[in-house]
Design a protein around this ligand. Structure first.
Ligand code: IPE
Ligand code: IPE
Ligand code: MG
Length: 248
């Protein structure tokens, strides 16, 4: 009876398991509003958002998604009030520490993209430990975007490509799609098939701009702390109803 509500079928039952998206990326938005609407502090919303992270990671593994990228903290988020930034960093440290055993148990490999050098020392240490501990896992790859922004990533790629050209590693005419891709932080990860944004905002907020060229977009008004397994399966089901043409 696990996925049945009084005999009603759920979105999970409707999903065609033979053609699930390989990579799903999520802009986890709305923690603050969700908490405020309930008369609580924004931080409480972030704490409840961690429960959704756990649920969605599990949900993705259950239907054999290979890559799940979660936008957890953007470059611009450093400009939030210091108290909120501190609370988010603390939550990050605690969550990585407490969740690593269950990542291992579920064969999940943790990965991270973004300007990790800006994270507090303790966060980098815990993160590195968890990355090492889970690096051999062969199930779902869970990619956390931390201190990430697409413009930061593309600017960095440009700098590195310019360096290579100036040292003669390759010429300007050899720069193509593939070479640019190899200079992004996502170089070992296929482009997302589906991008989900919660909380009703219809924007991308500096996330994976290069990588989402042909990604299917899904927006829902549900706030992140309320976005649980069934909402996730609904998004996957919606994706499966679409026809991808890639301009052809
Ligand atoms: C998403 O929720 C979490 C982060 C960006 C860190 P928000 O904190 O953006 O919550 P809202 O969008 O203000 O409600
Ligand atoms: C995007 O959400 C960043 C993350 C979810 C980490 P924001 O709340 O920061 O984006 P804006 O300000 O609504 O565009
Ligand atoms: Mg927000």
């Amino acid at each position: 009876m696990k996925n049945k509500v009084q005999g009603m079928s759920t979105y999970k039952d409707k999903i065609d398991l033979t053609r699930v998206p390989t990579h799903i990326a999520i802009i986890m938005d709305g923690n603050g509003r969700w908490a405020k609407e309930r008369g609580f502090d924004r931080i409480w919303g972030h704490q409840q958002g961690v429960v959704s992270v756990r649920e969605i990671t599990e949900a993705a593994a259950e239907i054999n998604i290979k890559y799940l990228t979660l936008y957890a903290f953007s470059t611009e988020n450093w400009e939030r009030p210091q108290s909120e930034v501190d609370a988010l960093m603390e939550l990050l440290i605690d969550t990585i520490e407490s969740e690593t055993p269950s990542l291992n148990k579920n064969n999940v490999r943790l990965m991270a993209i973004g300007d990790l050098s800006r994270l507090p020392k303790k966060a980098t240490e815990k993160l590195q430990h968890s990355l090492d501990q889970t690096s051999k896992n062969s199930g779902l790859s869970l990619i956390l975007a931390l201190s990430y922004s697409s413009r930061w990533e593309i600017t960095n790629a440009l700098k590195n490509i310019c360096k290579d050209v100036s040292t003669g590693k390759y010429g300007i005419d050899e720069i193509n799609d593939e070479l640019v891709r190899e200079h992004l932080t996502t170089k070992s990860i296929p482009d997302p098939d589906l991008l989900i944004r919660t909380s009703g905002e219809l924007r991308i907020s500096n996330f994976l701009l290069w990588q989402i060229a042909y990604t299917e977009l899904y927006f829902t008004s549900t706030h992140w702390p309320a976005f649980r397994k069934e909402s996730f399966y609904e998004a996957v089901y919606d994706f499966q109803q679409r026809e991808r043409r890639y301009g052809k």
